[in-house]
Design a protein around this ligand. Structure first.
Ligand code: ADP
Ligand code: MG
Length: 405
């Protein structure tokens, strides 16, 4: 998939409605509200710097969390504006609304290269309803949309699909990078292509896994997700966390993940690689257990992949042309169960080909055992990343796609 970007159009001197991906929570530090995490703000700096260079007036639109159509003091975009100003090294103006006269006045007073942060668009209940009149008001006084709201691209909201009905839209550089790196996994990864799936729940990732299984050469399974596969292989797992049945309330269906794992283990025999051993614990004692030669004691849980599995996974990773990781290999928050995740991250750092990481806990893990720069791409969009990899249509991307690409 290829998107039309801000570099494909003449944007010089235009007033931009910049749809930012700043749905970032805040916390209080020394009596001041600050953003909890600035990765998504850092991710947008190349787009914003380019727009400043092009002498645009930049009006930033985003929602923050779920104020449910009311003004919630703690969910203003002021901390986001402050962090952006600090990272850009340039003042960012702030207005306490996103539509109306005050906003219009501020925009008409803006000079070339200035940036204005609008207030949280979810302070209006119309936002989540994709209200067309409201979307029109959001577009007033702007010439073109630069869309970087990849984490919000699955939403049918006024600030996503709504605005795109009223103004021409192009992708920003952050969105372009996400889409080109993730498309590459689905369309033409350098082989061998290895996918590593970990984390707690298979239900979060199942659609993405199903789609990636078609393209990948190997899918390595770790974390609690591996427990589902091990159970499907008939292993006993004691007290291990296993998401074996999941009720999808939206689809009103129950899915038995162990049955699912049995089916795909059969279908993709050559591709799926399960752990051979684990680090297990009963709270007091921590030791290794080999699944083929030992039975798990009833009062123990599997909390990390074991050393033999690490070695086996490492060999596959190091000979890969492309590696995609989603989810830690164990309960890595506890040092005793972090070794597997650490070794896998270190192995990925040595890969000469493309390395891509997605997911909040996975990104924490990368930062703990290395630097984000050691990887080809860090996907910051959470659920949207997984939807994209599952091959689902993200409505806000549709108007940005180059026809035939
Ligand atoms: P991401 O945020 O990268 O998508 P997830 O949220 O899916 O990752 O999974 C991370 C969580 O999975 C962590 O809280 C971790 O403790 C948990 N986890 C991983 N392996 C295990 C395990 N064997 N048993 C219990 N929890 C696990
Ligand atoms: Mg997580």
């Amino acid at each position: 998939m290829k998107l039309r970007t801000l570099k494909d159009v003449d944007i010089k001197g235009k007033t931009i409605l910049y749809r930012a991906p700043y749905d970032i929570g805040v916390e209080e530090k020394d009596g001041v509200l600050v953003v909890k995490d600035d990765l998504r703000i850092r991710g947008t700096l190349p787009t914003l710097r380019y727009l400043v260079e092009q002498k645009c007036k930049i009006v930033i639109l985003t929602y923050v969390k779920r104020p449910d159509g009311q003004v919630v003091e703690k969910l203003r975009t002021t901390p986001h504006a402050n962090k952006l100003a600090e990272l850009l090294g340039q003042p960012v103006l702030k207005v306490d609304d996103c539509i109306g006269e005050e906003v219009e006045k501020k925009i008409s007073a803006m000079k070339e290269g200035e940036i204005l942060m609008l207030e949280n668009v979810r302070f209006y209940k119309e936002e989540n309803e994709d209200d067309d009149e409201f979307a029109k008001k959001l577009c007033k006084g702007k010439d073109v949309i630069v869309f970087d709201g990849f984490p919000q691209a699955m939403r049918i909201h006024s600030s996503t699909t709504g605005i795109e009905r009223h103004l021409p839209a192009v992708a920003g550089l952050y969105l372009e990078e996400e889409v080109s790196m993730l498309s590459n996994l689905l369309e033409n990864p350098v082989r061998p292509f290895t996918v590593i799936i970990g984390g707690a729940k298979i239900s979060d990732k199942v659609d993405a896994v199903n789609n990636l299984l078609k393209m990948a050469d190997k899918v390595l399974v770790g974390g609690a997700v591996a427990n589902v596969f091990l159970k499907a292989q008939g292993r006993s797992l004691g007290q291990s966390f296993i998401e074996d049945v999941f009720v999808d309330s939206k689809r009103r269906e129950k899915r038995d993940w162990v049955e699912y794992a049995k089916e795909i283990l059969e279908k993709y025999k050559e591709k799926i690689v399960c752990p051979k051993d684990a680090v297990i614990s009963n709270g007091a004692e921590v030791r290794n257990l080999n699944f083929s030669s030992e039975k798990m004691p009833d009062d123990f849980s599997a909390l990390d992949i074991g050393p033999e599995t690490v070695k086996y996974f490492e060999e596959i990773i190091k000979s890969s042309g492309t590696v995609f990781l989603a989810g830690p290999m164990g309960k890595f928050e506890d040092e005793k169960f972090a070794k597997g995740s650490e070794e896998i991250i270190l192995a990925m750092k040595q890969v000469k080909g493309q390395t891509i990481v997605a997911g909040g806990d996975s990104i924490d893990m990368v930062q703990r055992y290395g630097s984000l720069k050691d990887f080809s791409h860090i996907s910051l969009a959470g659920g949207a990343t997984l939807d994209f990899l599952a091959g689902k249509e993200l409505p806000a991307l549709l108007p940005l796609i180059e026809k035939g690409k």
